[in-house]
Write a protein that binds this ligand. Structure first.
Ligand SMILES: [Zn+2]
Ligand SMILES: [Zn+2]
Length: 287
């Protein structure tokens, strides 16, 4: 068995070539888990040979549209393909509150389509099998594979006013934390102890402070993870490999990508850094 982590999207609400919306695929211990479903997620999964019917669970960090805009696509694709593949409802896991309310309604706008398809070829409507949890500063277990070989826990993070969570996957072959959107925070730092990989959102707030002063971007940047602070945090937590995703601003060339790494080095990080690209993949426990 291995733990394999694949970036299904490294983008943000602003569109950028080659960058699908936020998402991270984790395959471990025979289970396949998708974290967030931003624009293009279904196609990115197809790019790596994962049909949505093969997912065991979708875990959502928060309700911001860039993280959920492909949820309906994913559920409807699974439903339509399920007539052939036999895949049933997907476990959907999210924090209580706005995210759970969104997921309860996510297929409502498609009721006409669903009715038409059932009238045409029969079958039952798709079911959103959502489970919501109360997140706090201490990790809570939110999902486990049958037999418990893979477990997912969550903590509340700091992306206020949005209620958001980070997730950690533990398996026999390794552990990974997926930050979702958050400022650099003690909760993620604690969650990272002992992990093999940290997939963290990244914003060049320090480097661009002068350029965005007095603009809306100054406010937007304030609830994202400054790359310099992130480097310091990852070093304190002993993270061996830091993968930057949800890149703000999306790098347009190698030198702009290198700026992200320079920031985390300026923060004191000495481990391995990857500035994320869509479909970048990392494998642990392969022997
Ligand atoms: Zn967000
Ligand atoms: Zn976001």
């Amino acid at each position: 068995m291995t733990l394999e982590v694949t970036l299904t999207g490294t983008g943000v609400p602003h569109s950028a070539p080659g960058r699908a919306g936020p998402g991270t695929l984790v395959r471990a211990g025979g289970v396949t888990l998708q974290f967030d479903a931003g624009r293009g997620t279904v196609l990115r999964l197809a790019d790596v040979g994962v049909r949505v019917g093969a997912l065991d669970a979708l875990l959502v960090t928060h309700v911001h549209s860039d993280h959920v805009s492909a949820v309906a696509d994913l559920l409807l694709t699974r439903w339509v393909e399920g007539r052939v593949t036999g895949s049933g409802p997907l476990d959907v896991v999210c924090p209580v509150g706005a995210t759970a309310r969104f997921l309860d309604r996510v297929l409502d706008p498609y009721d006409e389509d669903i009715a038409l398809r059932i009238a045409h070829v029969g079958g039952e409507p798709p079911v959103v099998a959502a489970t919501s949890f109360v997140a706090g500063p201490e990790p809570v277990r939110v999902w486990a594979a049958p037999g418990g070989a893979v477990e997912v826990s969550a903590v509340a993070v700091h992306h206020e006013p949005a209620e958001a969570v980070a997730y950690r996957v533990d398996s026999d072959d390794g552990a990974v934390v997926v930050s979702g959107d958050t400022r650099v925070c003690a909760e993620v730092e604690a969650l990272c102890v002992g992990v093999d990989l940290l997939v963290h959102e990244a914003c060049r707030r320090t480097a661009l402070a002068g350029a965005v002063a007095g603009t809306v971007f100054e406010t937007i940047f304030s609830y994202h993870a400054d790359t310099v602070e992130l480097g310091a945090m990852a070093e304190r937590a002993g993270v061996p490999h830091l993968v930057l995703t949800h890149l703000i601003p999306a790098p347009r060339d190698p030198s702009e990508a290198a700026g992200f790494e320079e920031d985390v080095r300026a923060g004191g990080y000495t481990g391995r850094v990857t500035v994320g690209e869509d479909l970048a993949s990392f494998t642990f426990g392969a022997h």
